[in-house]
Design a protein around this ligand. Structure first.
Ligand code: UD1
Length: 340
């Protein structure tokens, strides 16, 4: 049985991916420092899968501790590196913290892989590496060159990709960078979903919290973009579809089907949806329109981005299962569960 290390395994995408890994028969070990997650997520995973997750509560920025885990576990067959700070607006306020945390934890992980002499790496990247695109570049595919990004968060992802791309030249291990668009929604069991322990900035948890009355009102950041209703366009993708893509990417590496030492894949649904359309869909599906106002643009936002995910469909055999209605439905069920 292949042994997989999940860095950031208690986090939103990490926890959903652990479930998929367990369901496919992998042995999973997790590292997390709970900077934006909570250890109770391991209990939720156990409830869903019946499996106890062996976990190390350490900061990946501490190389000695990372090395110790790799030594104790005698290395890993695969490593999935989710662990990162991920808020676009917070990164604009604290760029150095983002550069330090996101890059150092990745460098330490990569060094530990080299040191252990085995393993393949999957790196959580983001569509933010594409920066602001022209409409004729959409849907964006991996052949579109990356360019200057709009936020420090996006820059950490671009730096991460480039570090791994250069590292691949010495052929020490193989890497896939997965460029997520906007992962949302919750597990079909209703037992697991997004649970950031820090300030919530992402649209969907803000929407569900407003619908639940935890927030009075939400702000739509800008209605003067060059889009059909003036609000930003994003490509929302169900977190369980994203999780499933990790298992497929891992198999691709473990079965040595990838020739290159570094490659990238987009993970999006292919549909561009405006912020106002998200609110309308949420209202139609769940029968509640969260109260909102229009506010100024948010620093670091791009105008529009949505994915051509043909490469993941073709090479990895990835298929998305859930549509936007289901993303909104599951996100709301999860929020209601948190209230009960
Ligand atoms: C960015 C990345 C995405 C990454 C995510 C992690 C881009 C294009 N995408 O998502 O790949 O997974 O960070 O956090 O860089 N909004 C409001 N009101 C709110 C909150 C958000 O109007 O209260 C709007 C934003 O302006 C944006 C959209 O909703 O247009 C989505 O925002 P958010 O959920 O924060 O994700 P991104 O920043 O797009």
């Amino acid at each position: 049985m292949a042994k997989i290390l999940v860095n950031g395994g208690a986090g939103y995408i990490g926890s959903h991916t652990i479930i998929e890994l367990i369901e496919q028969g992998y042995e999973v070990v997790s590292i997390d420092n709970y900077v934006n997650s909570e250890p109770e997520n391991y209990d939720r995973i156990k409830k869903i899968t019946g499996n106890e997750i062996r976990h190390y509560d350490i900061d990946l920025c501490d190389f000695e501790k990372v090395l110790k885990v790799f030594k104790h576990e005698e290395g890993f067959d695969g490593i999935i590196h989710f662990a990162a700070l991920k808020s676009v607006p917070e990164s604009v306020k604290k760029p150095l913290q983002y550069f330090e945390n996101n890059n150092q934890s990745l460098i330490n992980t990569a060094k530990a892989i080299v040191n252990s002499g085995k393993g393949n790496l999957i790196f959580s990247s983001s569509c933010s590496v594409y920066g602001n695109l022209r409409p004729d570049q959409l849907p964006v595919s991996e052949s579109t060159p990356t360019q200057m990004v709009e936020s420090p968060y996006g820059y950490t992802k671009l730096m991460g990709e480039n570090m791994l791309r250069f590292n691949a030249l010495n052929k020490s291990f193989k890497t896939i960078a997965l460029r997520y668009f906007n992962p949302v929604g919750a597990h079909s069991s209703g037992l697991l979903g997004e649970l950031p322990s820090q300030g919530i900035n992402n649209l969907i948890p803000v929407v569900t919290q407003t619908a639940a009355g935890i927030r009075e009102e939400l702000t739509v950041f800008g209605n003067d973009y060059n889009t059909r209703d003036g609000s930003c366009i994003r490509d929302y993708i169900h977190v369980s579809d994203i999780a499933n893509a990790h298992v497929l990417a891992l198999e691709y590496l473990l079965e040595n089907r990838q020739k290159e030492y570094f490659d990238v894949y987009n993970l999006g649904s292919g549909d561009g949806v405006t912020v106002l359309e998200v609110l309308q869909t949420f209202a139609r599906v769940n029968g509640i329109l969260p109260s909102y106002k229009i506010g100024p643009r948010r620093a670091g936002d791009v105008e529009m981005v949505y994915s051509d995910s043909g490469k993941a469909f073709k090479n990895l055999g990835w298929k998305t299962k859930y549509d936007l209605d289901e993303m909104m439905r599951s996100a709301w069920s999860w929020q209601k569960r948190l209230l009960s």
